[in-house]
Write a protein that binds this ligand. Structure first.
Ligand SMILES: *Cc1c(COP(=O)(O)O)cnc(C)c1O
Ligand SMILES: [Zn+2]
Length: 404
C-alpha cells in the first residue's frame, strides 16, 4: 500500500492512516495522501492495460493493504457511450455519457462502498452506521453483507422504497426518520457516540472518496490518458466531484497527464441548490438549504460537509455550478431513454439538462468533448415515469405503425 498519511485540507493537520479516524480535530473531512513518486515507479499505463476491468486495477492508488481484505462484487470500468443523436440535436458533436447504472447495486455509490467497506474491514471495524437518501445505504448494506460486517442505516421516510427493500434484503438494520438526511445524520451521530460504532456518513470517514476517485481514473484511462474538456456531475454531498478532481490531480502529480484541467460542472436541482447558490455568490462555503425537495433524491443534500472542496474543485478547473428544474430533469430522462436507449436516474438526467443549457449559453463550444456522469440506473426510480399504456381486450388487433 502506498498511502503515506491522512491530511486535512482545511488546517493542514496530518494523521496516521493506520488508526481509525473520522474527521479532523477541526471538523473538516480528511483526505488520503499517497507516496505518488513511489506509485509512479511501479505503475504505468502499460502495466494497467493488462489488468482486470474492475476498479481494483488502480490498487496502488487505493487505500487497502491486504488483498484478503478487499470486498468486491466486480465493480468498475463502466462504459462511456457516445450520445450521437442528442448531441447533434443540441449542438454538441462530442457528447458522451459514462454509465454508472451498470454497477452492482445500480449506482456509483458502489465505488465508495467497495473501497470504504474494504478499508473498514482492514481496520478491524465490524459495525458501521450511516444516514442515507437511499442509494448509499443500499450499496453499503450490500458490501457489508459481502464482507461479513454489520450495517445500521437511517434514512428519510420519503426515500425510495426500493432502497428500503435492498437494505433489508442485505440483512442490515434499517430505520426510517420523519425528516431529511440531515435529521438521519443527527440520529447516527448520537448512536455512534453512544455505542462506539464507526460513522460511515459521507465524508466523515476518509475512504469513500478514494472509491469514487476511480470514476475519474477510469474516465481518463478510457480517454487514452487525456482529459475531456467538460465533465458534468450531479452533486449532492459532492464526493464524486471531489473524487474526480483528486484523480486528476494525482495523475498530474505522477506526470501521466498534462496540466490541462477538465472543467468540472456541479449540477443540482433548483429544489436543492446550495452549491450553486454559493458559487453564484462567490462564496467558499454553502448555506443550509431549507425545505429541500427534488425528484433527484440522491442530490437532496441541504448542506454538504465537503461543500468547500466541491467549490474549490469547480473553481480550480475553470468549471461552474448549474441548477436545473425537475421538469427539465424529467424531460432529459425521457429523451435519453427514447433517443439513446439509456434509462438513467434523474440525477444523471440532470447533467444532460445542464449541458444543454451551457451549450445554448456558449459556455460549452460545439466541438468540445463533454462527458455526462450518469450516476445510476433509472430502474431504481420507477415512479419517475408515468406509464399508462392502453389496455386491450383479447380480441383486439393492434393499429399499424409507420417505420421510424
Ligand atoms: C448520491 C448520489 C448522487 C450524489 O453524489 P455525491 O457524490 O454525494 O454528490 C448522485 N446521483 C445518485 C444516483 C446518487 O445516489
Ligand atoms: Zn483540520
Amino acid at each position: 500500500m502506498y498511502v503515506s498519511h491522512l491530511a486535512c485540507p482545511k488546517c493542514d493537520a496530518t494523521f496516521d492512516a493506520e488508526a481509525r479516524r473520522q474527521v479532523c480535530t477541526c471538523g473538516s473531512p480528511l483526505l488520503v495522501r499517497y507516496a505518488l513518486d513511489q506509485v509512479a515507479d511501479v505503475l504505468s499505463p502499460g502495466v494497467l492495460a493488462g489488468r482486470p476491468s474492475t476498479l481494483w486495477r488502480y490498487r496502488e492508488l487505493l487505500p487497502v493493504r491486504e488483498t484478503a481484505n478487499i470486498v468486491t462484487l466486480g465493480e468498475g470500468m463502466t462504459p462511456i457511450l457516445p450520445l450521437g443523436k442528442i448531441g447533434a440535436a443540441n449542438g454538441m458533436t462530442h457528447l458522451s455519457l459514462k454509465n454508472e447504472g451498470l454497477l452492482p447495486t445500480g449506482t456509483f455509490k458502489d465505488r465508495g462502498a467497495a473501497v470504504g467497506v474494504s478499508r473498514a474491514r482492514e481496520l478491524g471495524i465490524d459495525i458501521l452506521a450511516m444516514p442515507t437518501n437511499g442509494n448509499a445505504g443500499g450499496a453499503w448494506a450490500t458490501y457489508c453483507a459481502r464482507g461479513g460486517m454489520k450495517a445500521v442505516i437511517v434514512m428519510p421516510m420519503d426515500a425510495p422504497v426500493i432502497n428500503q427493500k435492498e437494505i433489508t434484503a442485505a440483512g442490515a438494520h434499517l430505520f426510517l426518520v420523519e425528516g431529511l438526511i440531515s435529521d438521519a445524520g443527527r440520529i447516527v451521530a448520537r448512536a455512534v457516540s453512544e455505542h462506539g460504532w464507526f460513522d460511515a456518513s459521507t465524508l466523515k470517514e476518509p475512504y469513500r472518496i478514494e472509491g469514487k476517485k476511480t470514476m475519474g481514473l477510469e474516465l481518463i484511462e478510457q480517454f487514452g490518458w487525456k482529459v475531456p474538456d467538460v465533465i458534468l456531475y450531479p452533486t449532492g454531498g459532492g464526493v464524486g466531484i471531489i473524487g474526480i478532481y483528486k484523480a486528476v490531480r494525482e495523475l498530474q502529480q505522477m506526470g501521466w497527464i498534462g496540466e490541462r484541467m477538465p472543467r468540472l460542472v456541479a449540477v443540482q436541482s433548483t429544489g436543492c441548490a446550495p452549491i450553486v447558490q454559493a458559487w453564484e455568490a462567490g462564496r467558499e462555503e454553502s448555506e443550509y438549504w431549507p425545505d429541500a425537495a427534488t425528484v433527484a433524491f440522491g442530490i437532496t443534500v441541504p448542506k454538504a460537509l465537503g461543500d468547500f472542496l466541491v467549490l474549490e474543485a469547480v473553481r480550480a478547473t475553470g468549471g461552474c455550478a448549474v441548477a436545473v428544474t425537475d421538469a427539465e430533469i424529467l424531460d432529459a430522462q425521457q429523451r435519453l431513454a427514447s433517443m439513446e436507449g439509456l434509462f438513467v436516474c434523474p440525477e444523471g438526467a440532470a447533467t444532460l439538462a445542464a449541458a444543454v443549457r451551457l451549450a445554448e449559453a456558449g459556455w460549452i463550444q460545439p466541438e468540445e468533448h463533454v462527458v455526462l456522469l450518469n450516476t445510476g440506473t433509472g430502474l431504481k426510480y420507477p415512479e419517475t415515469v408515468d406509464s399508462r399504456p392502453p389496455c386491450l381486450s383479447p380480441e383486439d388487433s393492434l393499429p399499424p405503425l409507420s417505420a421510424p
